[in-house]
Structures are given as structure tokens and as C-alpha cells.
Design a protein around this ligand. Structure first.
Ligand code: IMP
Ligand code: MG
Length: 182
């Protein structure tokens, strides 16, 4: 323990140590699977940037980084169902191995849109790596190839994840208290 929680947070769900341990394991697994290949790591902004920075440093095959930004969540805790690309990839991905990095897979609306977008390009392969997964909430059939943790249906923040842009800087993942969500 020893973590002094903000009043809007209920409890720590995944500690800094657990995150580091799991990110190392994911990096090792990805490095084994892509041995002898080169990877393009594509982070979905903004939530994935902390996870991606840590994960990349645990990957031992050559990789480049790019980012995609899509809008789906306005400011609150509910998905609008409406997805659009607001920042496209900078580099072409044709004939490359692409690994999409997401902070959390919730309804699957965002990721199924992104996976469809990738399927429309002539890429060598595309896989998905999500730090967190809330399988109970799924509305679209999306399964991550690499998953950090499966979590219950609660709204979480920290380690890149926000609530109305707050709490991304926390080094752990915490459950936000019900009274803080409007
Ligand atoms: P989906 O399209 O419903 O799968 O939503 C994915 C996006 O919703 C994620 O990239 C997050 O930005 C956001 N999201 C879903 N659940 C949470 C949560 O518990 N905390 C913070 N953001 C979340
Ligand atoms: Mg996000």
C-alpha cells in the first residue's frame, strides 16, 4: 500500500510493480513472436502513450513508432458509438507488420473501426495489444492478440487512462469513485 489516494479515487486496481511485471512479459512475448521481423508500433492516442513508452523498451526486435488518434469518447465515461480518425498515420504501413497498441478495450467500437481501417491497407500483418480488457462490456467482436489484464466493469484511470483528461499521470491504475463520475 503506501499510496495516498486522491479523494475521487476508490482504490488501486493494478500497482506500479504489477504493471511493470506484466509489461515485461508482454514485451518478451511480442519479441518472440516477431523474431526476425520488423514491427511498426501504432499507439492509439492519447490513452496508450504511457503503456507504449514502457512496452517499446521491452521489445527487442527493431521497431518504429507511429500514432493514430480517433474520437469516440467525448468527455465522459460513455461511448458515443461514433468513431472518426482525427490524426492519421504519418508513415506508410504497406507490407509492414503492424501492432496496434490500446490502453483499454471496452465496447470494442473504437478497435473494430481501427482494425477495419487496417484491413483496408495492404499490410503484411496486423495484431492488437491492449493493456486492459473489460470483456463484459463488449458490443463488437474484437479480441486482443496480447492482453495485459482482464478487469471488471469499473471505470479506471491512471497509467495513461483519463477521466475528462484527468489522472493520466498516475503510475498505477485506479478505480474512480462513483460520485466523481457525472
Ligand atoms: P471502446 O470503443 O468502447 O472499446 O472504447 C475504448 C476507449 O474508451 C479507450 O481507448 C478509452 O479511451 C476509453 N475507455 C473505456 N473504458 C475506460 C475506462 O475505464 N477508463 C478510461 N477510459 C476508458
Ligand atoms: Mg483511449
Amino acid at each position: 500500500m503506501g499510496v495516498c489516494l486522491h479523494e475521487d479515487l476508490e482504490r488501486v486496481l493494478i500497482s506500479e510493480e504489477e504493471l511493470a511485471q506484466r509489461v515485461s512479459e508482454l514485451g518478451a512475448e511480442i519479441s518472440r513472436d516477431y523474431a526476425g521481423k520488423e514491427l511498426v508500433i501504432v499507439g492509439v492516442l492519447k490513452g496508450s502513450f504511457v503503456f507504449m513508452a514502457d512496452l517499446m523498451r521491452r521489445i527487442t526486435v527493431p521497431c518504429t513508432a507511429d500514432f493514430l488518434a480517433v474520437s469516440s469518447y467525448a468527455m465522459g465515461a460513455q461511448t458515443t458509438g461514433d468513431v472518426k480518425v482525427i490524426k492519421d498515420l504519418d508513415m506508410p504501413v504497406e507490407n509492414r507488420h503492424v501492432l496496434i497498441i490500446e490502453d483499454i478495450l471496452d465496447s470494442g467500437v473504437t478497435l473494430s473501426y481501427i482494425m477495419n481501417l487496417m484491413a483496408g491497407k495492404k499490410i503484411a500483418s496486423v495484431r492488437l495489444c491492449a493493456l486492459l480488457d473489460k470483456p463484459e462490456r463488449r458490443r463488437m467482436p474484437v479480441t486482443p492478440n496480447y492482453r495485459g489484464f482482464s478487469i471488471p466493469d469499473e471505470f479506471v484511470v491512471g497509467y495513461g487512462l483519463d477521466y475528462a483528461e484527468r489522472f493520466r499521470y498516475l503510475p498505477y491504475v485506479a478505480v474512480i469513485s462513483k460520485k466523481a463520475i457525472r
